[in-house]
Design a binder for this molecule. Sequence first.
Ligand code: ZN
Length: 453
Amino acid sequence: MNKLAILKQYVLTKYGRKFSSKTALESYQNKRIRKHIKFVIKHSPFFHQYYQNNQEDLKQNHWSSLPIIEKSTMMEHFDDFNTVGIKKDDALKVAFEAEQTRNFSPKIGDISVGLSSGTSGNRGVFLVSDKESALWAGTILAKVLPGSIFGRHRIAFFLRANNNLYSSTENERISFHFFDLLDDFLSHIHKLNQVQPSIMIGPPSILRKIAEWQKNGEIHIKPKKIVSVAEVLEDIDKQFIEDIFNQTLHQVYQCTEGFLAATCKHGTLHINEDLVVVQKEYLDEEKGVFIPIITDFTRTTQPIIRYRLNDILIERKTPCPCGSHFLALERIDGRCDDLFYGLHKKSGELIPLFPDFIRRAIMFASSEITEYKVTQKTLETIEVKLKINNNDESVKQDAMNELLKIWEHHHLVTPTIQFAPYDLAPSDKKLKRVENEMRGVINDSTSRYSHYK
Ligand SMILES: [Zn+2]
């Protein structure tokens, strides 16, 4: 790993690229994207072919009208898609071997191979060059490290799988401690007390557990910064963790497709518009709910241009006090797969309900609810699991009423609300507090929101 390249990117991100206005930012992005697309067309046979009918757009740099890419398209054309001539079969072989031996250094030459968890069943294979890794490392250090890169930092990272990328950032002052989520949970208690991390990064379900240990006196740590990653951060967990550690809980929004957003000092998530442009495919413009179409103009090995993610984001309506011109988000709402659905009473149409509706209903029902899980089992059945202070049974009725209001408000056939005991524990599986488990009713995620277009 090229330390100089990391440092250069760190300095550029932290002190260099400042944009005086939205226009200055857009002009920078357009310039970078034009250069990027030129490179991609030259080196990726897929893109060369894919943009055949867009010659005029390309000439004018009207990149925003280029055809959209889905993950399935990328995987289908993998061999021609990447610019380094790596075959999908070879990449998969290397990645699976690494996962089985839990030796997380799968590489082909100077290209690291990663797998996305693919909750929807179709796993993605991702390629990142050493140069891109250095760029990533420099950017994330600039955006996440409190204080300077020259200070001392002890970083505790809770992960499902270690990765070349993460260990690449280690040096004498920055020590990096990997906590494997597949390890015995109790072993983390001892290790946390020993490591005394100054920065803690992990999924919110794990951070919540750590906060509970701190509350019960099982651990005594004083992290300066805590960062939530990898799962949707729910307000109920955010509040709990912030209260125990008495600080703002930060977030990094990153997926295999790229490092997309990080929180500023005010705790607002801003898209990393110095690396990525996000276009919005609105699901509900008034509420600011959209699916992001991302263009990453820094990744050349496996180009991400006008790529539709499977996430639902909500834009922030008021400017962030930090003054950044980077797009600010209210929250990450969830995966498109976790939209709930109801049947319209009159038209019989399937109407999607955002996870945010469900989350708000539960939060509004009672402040005695400390944890929850709401699952759509079938079109007519919703399962609710609640952890309630003092086991007050009346809270269940309140939660049911609040949930039913959503279906009523949208004129949907009333579902049955079933209660089940709250039995969720943090594990190596991703925790979702709002989840759609209906399978086979709506197969293709694109058809789910197609009637919006
Ligand atoms: Zn901000």
